[in-house]
Write a protein that binds this ligand. Structure first.
Ligand SMILES: Nc1nc2c(ncn2[C@@H]2O[C@H](COP(=O)(O)OP(=O)(O)O)[C@@H](O)[C@H]2O)c(=O)[nH]1
Ligand SMILES: [Mg+2]
Length: 375
């Protein structure tokens, strides 16, 4: 009688897995293949190595920024770190953090208008906690919430900068779209030049973008810097125009739903969060994501079909492949407090920790995080 057996493929590159030739496509170490339970998602050795590099989940950082921060370190400058409160958790770079670790640092936590005022105190402590987990030892008092797009008044921050810089240079850093430009525009309102030098702009890396240098006194300067990239963010897999349409504009509404084991949620075609199991039967979720994203429930079996439907219906210009080539991560919740699972640039889902197991699928290279709850 004939026998039919599925052929094992690498779920990342799609090549048929083989154990004979390390130099050919799809090679996987025999012991790994033999030790894997049937039905497990497998990676060939090459993809496994690639993915373990990528899974550090950090964004690309312009060389010019690193060069400038070496200067900042040498001159004991003050760093003003601008973040987008909605999504900054995965925008850190260990290379940057190493350079600025010992410098004075203040954080401008921008886009506070997206959150209810009642959450401001907890947002500040969430931000400072997140910085500390990245080795940047700041206190809640070092975090300033702003809404720079609504012509926010930055005079308090200006005073803090003046006080904390001790006559030294200042470097504004942050990820693209966090609000650096809005901050500098606000800073320049009411600025008066007390030096004999001009406000100038300088082009870095020949990309046509220019960055400001603003004299603060006769010998010190405030430097705008090239932004940290969105390479590990959902915003990085679409053109800037699409990215701007999915960035939330108004206070983020909370959408509530619950999942039973075996069910998952699609965030448009951009991510799929699958709920595997927990102690209790179902999990209550609070979702905070752009309202432009359709959130659709699907079970594991129906996920490919739902994905295709959502992708075909999407008006966004997306650089994504099929769901089978998405990166997949297993998340096991060990804490019992309120937790968030988030996708860089897309949003986050909050729930009460109870030994749940989730699997999340995101376009290749997009970073995810799991942390205590932001709200
Ligand atoms: N909701 C909200 N959006 C903001 C705020 N500040 C900036 N933005 C938006 O974020 C985007 C990027 O801002 P920009 O200052 O150019 O960021 P940069 O890339 O860091 O220079 C723009 O589309 C702004 O409209 C804010 O305080 N609240
Ligand atoms: Mg800018």
């Amino acid at each position: 009688m004939s026998k039919i057996r599925p052929v094992k493929k690498c779920y990342r590159c799609g090549n048929i897995l083989q154990v004979d030739s390390p130099t050919e496509k799809g090679y996987i170490t025999k012991e790994i293949l033999e030790a894997s339970p049937s039905g497990a998602l497998l990676l060939c050795d090459e993809c496994h190595e690639e993915q373990s590099k990528e899974n550090k989940g950090e964004p690309n950082v312009p060389e010019d920024l690193l060069r400038m921060l070496k200067g900042a370190k040498a001159s004991d400058a003050l760093i003003v770190y601008v973040i987008d409160l909605f999504s900054f958790e995965c925008a850190f770079s260990s290379k940057i953090n190493e350079l600025i670790q010992k410098l004075n640092l203040i954080v401008i936590a921008n886009k506070s208008d997206l959150f209810p005022k009642s959450s401001y105190p907890s947002l500040r402590s969430f931000v400072s906690h997140r910085f500390r987990t990245k080795g940047l030892m700041i206190k809640d008092d070092d975090v300033f919430l702003t809404s720079l797009s609504s012509l926010g008044d930055v005079s308090e921050i200006k005073r803090e900068i003046e006080e904390r810089r001790n006559g030294h240079d200042v470097y504004i850093i942050g990820a693209r779209t966090s609000g650096q430009t809005f901050f500098l525009n606000a800073f320049l309102r009411g600025y008066s030049n007390v030096s004999t030098r001009y406000v100038t702009t300088k082009e870095y890396e020949g990309k046509g973008e220019r960055y400001m240098q603003i004299p603060l006194d006769m010998s010190s300067t405030l430097f705008q810097t090239p932004p940290i990239s969105l390479s590990n963010s959902i915003l990085g897999i679409m053109d800037l125009e699409s990215a701007l349409t999915i960035m939330p504009k108004d206070i983020i509404k909370t959408r509530k739903t619950s999942l039973k084991p075996g069910e998952g949620l699609f965030f448009g075609p951009l991510a799929f969060l699958f709920y595997e199991k927990s102690n209790s039967h179902h999990v209550e979720l609070e979702i905070r994501a752009s309202m432009k994203i359709d959130i659709v429930k699907a079970n594991d079996l129906g996920k490919e079909k739902t994905f295709t439907k959502l992708r075909n219906a999407s008006s966004l210009e997306l650089k994504i492949g099929d769901l089978e080539y998405y990166d997949a991560y297993d998340i096991e919740i060990e804490e019992s407090g309120k937790r968030d699972i988030g996708v860089a640039g897309l949003g986050f889902v909050s729930f009460k920790g109870d030994n749940q197991k989730f699997r999340i699928y995101v376009p290749r290279g997009v970073a995810i995080y799991c942390s205590r709850s932001k709200m």
